[in-house]
Design a protein around this ligand. Sequence first.
Ligand code: GUN
Ligand code: ZN
Length: 428
Amino acid sequence: MATGFILKGQVLSFSGSPFDGERPEDTARLQEAVAVQDGLIEGAGTLAEMQALLPEAATVDHSGKLIMAGFVDAHVHYPQTAIIASWGKRLIDWLNSYTFPEEMRFADRAYADEIAARYLDLTAAHGTTTVCSYCTIHSESVDAFFAAAQARGQRVAAGKTCMDRNAPEGLRDTAQSAYDDSEALIGRWHGVDRLEYAITPRFSPTSTPEQLEAMGALWGKHPECLMQTHLSEQTDEIAWVRELFPQARDYLDTYEEFGLLGAKGLYGHAIHLEERERHRLRDYGAALIHCPTSNTFIGSGLFDMAGLMAEGQRIGLATDTGGGSSFSMLRTMAAAYEIGQLRGTPLHAAQLLWLATQGSATALRMDGKIGNIAAGMEADLVVLDLASTPAIAQRAERAEDVWEAVFPTIIMGDDRAIAETWIGGKRV
Ligand code: GUN
Ligand code: ZN
């Protein structure tokens, strides 16, 4: 029987969404300590309470630091790790110049293993404990990623990226092979340890109607799986979708028609949405994934966080590595804040931290297990040093409350702000 650990510091948890109600900070709670045993959170409270709960446990002193749920990155492309920060004109140009040639390399299992390990090491160093990743069309790329996450005891979702048109030779499957390979991967990985499969048609431009139909049929057969894709990222992409699917009412309809709209659906970007699309997404309880560093880096547009939250959409936050320009969810929160400012709707620090944890966990339908600190939740934690650089420290010193103390780290912080990352109750 493990004796567990107690982490002492400022333990941040949420009792609800800071987007509901007048004052975002009212749903947040700060406690003195959190107790961890056998991979799970035993409880949070005063140090004395936690010591009574786990009398044998060692206490790790993080006084002055912020202890919270590990970051949940709801949309990434791990195969794009090595081409992050590549210059490109627009989305389609960037895909063709950098992304597709790099993704071609993942037919080689050894290369996929190398990048999967590199990616999970980098993200853990940035405080990220769960990601939902696209792989490449190669089953090897999925096996590599799940094996690496399994070895780390990590909760991740991932899937084989399916494309059967408008992609180069060597990076195309077919409707049938996409169905068969995805189903074999579901059988091999879904529900094993902390791993979940996400059915992954890349986006409408790279799938024929036949492939979208096959993916819809697969999701119908495996409703336990997530389904992830891209939606309305750039205006020229939307125009292309209109040409490719002249009968569709809008971009979302190209998914909806084939059974690819659902509550466990994750729609990356979702910037330029029409009224009908917003209604349908909300009615289904589908999740929109905001990827702010990607949206500014590729020049896609300004996500309407305030408007979409106000109408009751489910929203997660993500880096979109490597279209996104960072592995860091701190940098991602800063970009979300900046986009909010450009739209005249700034986000509170509590809202940013919630989005990066419980918001994304809710989008991934994992909020019963991760994304918050509460008894029974899995012990994925991050310890934030709120004075990690001289520039941040001198500003945080003036802070009058925890929100002012953490905000400079959100805006200026990077992996130096991550004092510790805990995955499944183990320090990594
Ligand atoms: N749309 C389709 N594929 C991609 C991708 O890899 N990155 C981004 N940002 N958008 C996409
Ligand atoms: Zn993406």
